[in-house]
Design a protein around this ligand. Sequence first.
Ligand SMILES: [Zn+2]
Ligand SMILES: [Zn+2]
Length: 303
Amino acid sequence: MFAKFKDAQKKADEAWASYRPEPFGDIGSVDKLSILPRSEWYTENSDLLGEAGVSYLIQADGKRILFDVGANWKKEDPSPLVRNMKTLGVTADSLDAIVISHPHCDHLGGMAAQRVDTFMFSLTDADLTGITAYVPAPLTHPTATTELTVRPNVIFPGVTTIGVILRALWPFGLTPEQAIAVNVRDEGPVVIIGCGHQGMSRILERTRQLFPGPIYALVGGLHFPVTKSRVKFGMQKWIGTGKLPYQRIKRAEVDAAVAELKAANPSVVGISAHDSCDWSLGRFREAFGDRYREVAVGREITF
Ligand SMILES: [Zn+2]
Ligand SMILES: [Zn+2]
């Protein structure tokens, strides 16, 4: 078990060391960007449903991109995601694209989806004909077109994926994850992250390789469940941490990440509660003060 994990770690490090992308160059920018969580741990009000999952509607000028499709832990139909979409008044057919961060059930719409390498909004899925889903692993969908995006990719002017970064996770093995970066005019990239298994340092470094200027904002998950797990049996504390089996993430590591992000000096920071405990969120909130944004279903973050 340890040997296999160490081997995966070595492969992830080799993959990181052997690839350095060219800067994007002139890829355009957007004037208006908003991030509206549809699936998250916390909710803006009691009409909305919270879960330990991620789905964010990203509106970049005229384009609507759905980033991940929630967790649907209880296998409900319609799922919390679909019910939240209805409450928030957005339909699946108004989407221009879907981006999946990584193939874990809390981002694919549940275990039923993960098991068969697909993603689903709900158990009886929406018709996504004509919509392209940019996926970091070979996933398919009954109606959407899927496109594997291992390398950094420009989806729409100013809207990009930063490419897959591999991480060894026990017990899952090598896990590919991608994040979105949206270039906001005169400000720079807003990085939007799923679980953050890539490790924050590598996400920041990759973003700097692609966008040589300062990072404008960072929003999403970083997987810092120190005092509490959002899913049962304390699971997040023990698995998927990037460490050897049963080694937990320490408070000092969260503080080191806070310090590293402070050095990057983004204007806006919002950390997902779906894979981080309240203690960790508090450290970021404290460090960034009025630059910090709460990430909750129905609460729009605008740029
Ligand atoms: Zn997650
Ligand atoms: Zn994950």
